[in-house]
Design a protein around this ligand. Structure first.
Ligand code: R5P
Length: 283
């Protein structure tokens, strides 16, 4: 049975439809003091359950943990947790003394009540090492590429070195030219894209990243590419968080902005449901 986390309702329905699983609806309330209440509306006793729930915004993480407890408390036989967007994955180690390893904390919370774990385009694969239960990452890059092909692109780019492997695989699958830019992060909101020789003059460019958060990275990359003569720049990512005025900023320089439904929003034009359905039913 597929338990529909309130953070991923559309994606849950699509996965259930493709895989033929029955869905378990969830009652969801927030008390005046902000405490959260979740209740399974179907019986899961003796059932092998799949729970789908993104962990952004942060309240969704708490709802995930509560639902895991509800499934175990109500006699679920096994539980596979699907977290399409794994928040805190960027803090996957101590970068400076005194820090917590946030990604490990989330892993510990999840695996306390789960038998297996699935996620999509996790920022750092090293996070999976924090799991003692079977854990799997899927890549949405080929699905995003499928959408990007409608723009008839000449070249695929990663906005930074960190994402170049992801982009390389998608470009090779599609038989396309690819490259990466060089990014320097100044602070949480500001990035600088270093001058780098990429021949984009008169070309249609697609930039793919794992996350668009503030949009600083995509904005600077797109601006730089337009400066270098790109005819069109289409910006895509797996996880569209689009914080604050991100979309407004991106619309001023990008010709389109698209993402998957790992975080459900108006720009989610690509669904990861086929990918997740195949992975969970194959195992
Ligand atoms: C960082 O390495 C990630 O791959 C993304 O490039 C980053 O998280 C995007 O953040 P923002 O949209 O705030 O620039």
């Amino acid at each position: 049975m597929l338990v529909k986390g309130p953070g991923s309702p559309g994606l849950s329905d699509k996965i259930a439809k493709i895989s033929g699983m029955d869905t378990v609806e969830v009652e969801h309330k927030v008390f005046p003091d902000g405490e959260r209440y979740l209740r399974l509306l179907d019986d899961v006793e003796g059932e092998d359950c799949v729970l789908v729930q993104a962990t952004y915004p942060l309240n969704n993480l708490f709802d995930l943990i509560l639902l895991q407890d509800a499934i175990s408390e109500n006699g679920g036989r096994s539980l596979s947790v699907v977290v399409p967007y794994y928040s805190y994955s960027r803090q996957d180690k101590c970068f400076r003394p005194g820090e917590a390893i946030s990604a490990r904390v989330i892993a510990d919370l999840i695996q306390a009540r789960a038998d297996s774990f699935y996620t999509v385009d996790i920022h750092s694969l090293a996070v999976l090492d924090y799991f003692n239960i079977p854990s799997f990452n899927m890549s949405a890059m080929s699905l995003l590429m499928g959408h990007a092909e409608t723009y008839d692109p000449d070249i695929l780019l990663s906005p930074d070195e960190g994402g170049k492997e992801r982009v390389k695989i998608a470009a090779n699958d599609a038989g396309m030219e690819w490259d990466h830019l060089v990014k320097n992060r100044i602070d949480g909101n500001t990035v600088r894209i270093e001058p780098k020789e990429v021949d984009v003059d008169g070309k249609t460019v697609v930039i793919l990243d794992d996350i668009i958060s503030t949009g600083g990275t995509m904005f600077e990359a797109s601006r730089r590419l337009k400066e270098l003569g790109a005819r069109k720049v289409h910006a895509g990512c797996t996880h569209g968080l689009f914080v604050g005025d991100c979309l407004q900023k991106l619309k001023s320089v990008c010709d389109s902005i698209f993402c998957t439904d790992t975080v459900e929003c108006e720009n989610s034009v690509v669904s990861v449901a086929p990918l997740v359905a195949e992975e969970i039913t194959d195992r």
